[in-house]
Design a protein around this ligand. Structure first.
Ligand SMILES: [Zn+2]
Length: 620
């Protein structure tokens, strides 16, 4: 019996702006949990590169086995998404469904337009059960999706910062959670975040307490990102949360592998989807996430949807183009660099946006820019993006179907990388066991090193005697540490009287250096002339190699060598850094604000062929 397609649709006005509606609907994994769909499992990994679909299986209502081929989601951010599923087992044969949204003419109190949301489903049953159960099932799902919005609005009105959550009793060990939260309040964390963390642990679905990304949550809570990261580190220390490390594929930018400890991470990893081996980079591909500790709550990270737009939020539009056919991507206004990429093959066209292009040189609204794709890749490396309202027209002349993404070119700043967290003294202090496996070397693209030493320390030891000198040197380490921590840096090690510290940015390092040199007089107050210390400081930033050295993370490489050599050019009381580093906008601002005197000079240092352009900074 050949059954015919059944078409359903439902449209309603939602009194929320379009970007909020998109945020709620595009997280299909969360939505599917809330509206009571079933968890899914990959049937078989896609091994060949041309394979764009995934084989999936699930049990409908917990009993009826279903098996299907899932095509990649197609979407246009804040406008529409859809997915196609072809079934080989179960009551359905074919399922094509999605959402569309547009501005409603009604205006909300805050001035934004309300949103018209249209849900649609074109479903072909495979048998009589499918045919008979479809009308009710589909309507129920659609009604529940609209209820999701009204529930969200109710929470909003009640002042609760939470999306609607799945209906389930989360078994939380409340007495233990309360005890630990009380402990957490005693710690140097942002107090206003503690009740928010408690709310999350008790009332949020499993997907929101497993693999939590602190920066994303900070944005949700509207608090500083460093505060949430610090909160999570302390919460992990006391056993409220657990941490895990995720390796992110640089192409699909999705976590491919996770480990409970940095020491389990290998230097290389493979993305099955892209079919490529990667060398790890600490500051891009290793992400720190947090989950609720199983002693507090056993959260199950089951998957409810594998391909919704929220999984790759850096992709603004995704389009499936069959071989020999055409595809169209509508263009919006992008205030960041964007590019076109063919999934898996990574053929890229860089896009010059409206913002960068000369006003007269970009195509106007309604115009199309044509891109041609074949076995060799694209016919061009770059295009000027049409103004918003126009479109990119793609012709696929290759012998295979392709998936084309219009995506953000730059790496996501939402990621708490291993490089970032290892510059935090809280992390190094509390998680000293979190080191790389012996012998592992992982690259870091950008880190700032601060080296310091005491001027004339040999004479110092001779004049005041070892014991007194040692006491003064120890006190000076505490002094250094205080200012380094204030700028979110950390001391990697001390060598004799010298300090090696790291910072995420040159601005933070310079701020610490300025603080140190401005406050050294206070440090020396009350000391006799013999006891007074003079500090030499050098800064440098760039790539380095992270390694495990005596169970601590240490750094090696040319940047580290140069930083140490630059320090030796300091005369004491000053700060030396490369001219190049000082040209960064943030650095210039900082130098101006601190009313520093800046003098340029060139110098050659051991181990580097060409002479270095440097600046000497005096803050007093
Ligand atoms: Zn990949």
């Amino acid at each position: 019996m050949k059954l015919s397609v059944q078409k359903y649709e439902m449209e309603k006005e939602i009194r929320l702006p379009r970007h909020t509606v998109w945020k709620l609907l595009s997280d299909t994994d969360h939505l599917n949990r809330v509206i009571g769909l079933f968890p899914v499992e990959p049937g078989q990994a896609a091994h060949t590169r041309s394979e764009l679909t995934s084989l999936m299986n699930a049990k409908a209502a917990g009993i009826v086995p279903i098996l299907w081929t899932e095509y990649p989601f197609e979407w246009q951010i804040e406008e529409r998404y859809a997915v196609l599923r072809i079934y080989s087992k179960g009551p359905l044969a074919r399922f094509y469904a999605g959402v569309e949204m547009r501005d409603s003419s009604n205006v909300l109190p805050d001035g934004a337009n309300a949103t018209m949301v249209r849900l649609f489903a074109h479903v072909t049953p495979a048998n009589l059960i499918g045919m008979l159960s479809l009308p009710l099932m589909t309507r129920q799902s659609m009604n529940k999706t609209f209820k999701y919005f009204s529930d969200y609005q109710k929470l909003l009105l009640a002042g609760i910062q939470r999306r609607p959550q799945p209906e389930s009793q989360y078994r939380v060990n409340l007495p233990e959670a309360d005890r630990l939260l009380f402990q957490l309040e005693m710690m140097p964390v942002e107090q206003s975040c503690v009740p928010l963390l408690k709310d999350r642990i008790i009332y949020h679905g499993d997907d929101e307490v497993v693999d939590m990304r602190p920066y994303g949550i900070a944005d949700e809570w509207n608090v500083s990102r460093v505060d949430v990261l610090r909160l999570f580190l302390y919460a992990t220390k006391i056993g409220l949360l657990n941490l895990s490390w995720h390796l992110i594929c640089p192409n699909c930018r999705v976590s491919k592998y996770s480990a409970e400890s940095l020491s389990l991470i290998k230097e290389q990893f493979h993305c099955d989807f892209c079919g490529i081996n990667y060398n790890l980079q600490f500051d891009k591909y290793v992400e720190l996430c947090f989950s609720v500790h199983p002693n507090i709550r056993k959260a199950n990270a089951q998957v409810y949807c594998i391909g919704g737009p929220a999984i790759t939020p850096h992709v603004f539009a995704q389009c499936y183009v069959e071989k020999g056919k055409d595809g169209v991507i509508d263009c919006g206004y992008y205030d960041e660099s964007v590019r076109i990429r063919v999934l898996k093959y990574n053929h890229i066209v860089n896009i010059h946006t409206e913002r960068e292009a000369q006003q007269e040189s970009f195509p106007g609204p309604g115009e199309r820019v044509h891109l041609h794709y074949d076995e060799q890749g694209w016919d061009t490396n770059e295009v000027v993006l049409p103004a918003s309202g126009s479109a990119l027209h793609i012709h696929n002349a290759a012998e295979r179907d392709i998936v084309v993404a219009l995506e953000k070119a730059d790496w996501d700043d939402m990621v708490v990388t291993a490089a970032k967290v290892s510059t935090m003294y809280e992390f190094r202090g509390m998680f000293s066991s979190e080191v790389l496996a012996p012998g592992t070397q992982i690259g870091v693209e950008s880190l700032t090193f601060l080296f310091s030493d005491l001027l004339g320390s040999t004479i110092f030891y001779e004049t005041v005697g070892d014991a007194r000198a040692y006491g003064q040197v120890r006190r000076h380490f505490d002094f250094m540490e205080q200012w380094i921590h204030k700028s979110q840096g950390t001391i990697v090690k001390t060598m004799g009287d010298a300090v090696m510290a790291i910072f995420e940015t040159p601005e933070n390092a310079l701020q610490a250096a300025i603080d140190i040199q401005t406050h050294v007089d206070e440090f020396n107050q009350g000391s006799s002339n013999d006891d007074r210390i003079v500090i030499k400081i050098g800064l440098h930033h760039g790539a380095a190699i992270a390694v495990n050295s005596n169970d601590k993370i240490d750094y090696f490489g040319q940047t580290v060598n140069i930083a140490s050599r630059i320090q030796s050019l300091s005369k004491g009381g000053d700060i030396v850094l490369s001219k190049e580093t000082s040209l960064r906008v943030g650095m210039k601002d900082l130098l101006e604000r601190s009313r520093a005197q800046v003098a340029r000079f060139d110098a050659t240092v051991k181990g580097i062929d060409q002479s270095l352009g440097l600046i000497r900074v005096l803050v007093k």
